[in-house]
Design a protein around this ligand. Structure first.
Ligand code: URA
Length: 209
């Protein structure tokens, strides 16, 4: 699928199976989601621009590879994005974090913003939008639009599971945003849940079920 990277590393797939299991404890779910985020973060940052810096090892001088700039934002779509942010921030401790709070209006079913905070210089940064479940794609597409309205112009979406419907909806609205996911599941059910999925990611990570 164009512009979609499925991270099918054996450890990711194994941990995803553990996450899907309905008997996984809240503590186990939290730990696993953070671990999987580390692997996904590794993949989403694979092509970051590099340069070399002159350093001295105990033996000699060398030109050693170094990240060109550390200008990155992880944009967490509340609340489920938070579980993955914990892992990502360990990978890139200097990254800035944006928060986007959206809820679905029960009448219109459209996403409504209740919180938005992002770094001022977002137009100079690679923005990795983090939302574990790409289901209908409505809320994440809205979150991406809010980020673009503030100047973001280099975005990627990092999720854990994607439904084909969500991928199609997101690509229709934001074809410039590459998607990174651990798996593409079968479909959405009538309630907008990913099938087979893992249930409500927020409820499972915060124990609010
Ligand atoms: N959000 C979730 O947490 N789970 C789904 O299956 C779909 C949306």
């Amino acid at each position: 699928m164009a512009n979609v990277t499925v991270v099918d590393h054996p450890l990711v797939q194994h941990k995803l199976t553990l996450l899907r299991d309905k008997n996984r404890s809240t503590a186990g779910f939290r730990r696993l989601i953070k671990e999987v985020a580390l692997f996904l973060g590794y993949e989403v940052t694979r092509d970051l621009p590099m340069n070399t810096i002159r350093i001295e090892t105990p033996l000699c001088e060398m030109d050693a590879p170094s990240l060109q700039g550390k200008k990155m934002v992880f944009a967490s779509v509340l609340r489920a994005g938070e579980g993955m942010i914990e892992g990502l921030i360990e990978l890139v401790p200097s990254a800035r974090i944006a928060h986007i709070g959206l809820y679905r209006d029960p009448e219109t079913l459209k996403p409504v913003q209740y919180y938005f905070k992002a770094p001022e210089d977002i137009s100079d940064r690679l923005v990795i939008v983090v939302d574990p479940m790409l289901a209908t794609g409505n809320s994440v597409a809205h979150a991406i639009q809010l980020l673009k309205d503030k100047g973001a112009n280099n975005l990627r979406l990092l999720c854990l599971l994607a439904a084909p419907e969500g991928i199609a909806a997101l690509q229709a609205r934001h074809p410039d945003v590459p998607i990174f996911t651990a798996a593409i599941d079968e479909c959405l059910n009538d309630h907008g849940y990913i099938v087979p999925g893992l249930g409500d990611a927020g409820d499972r990570m915060f124990g609010t079920k």
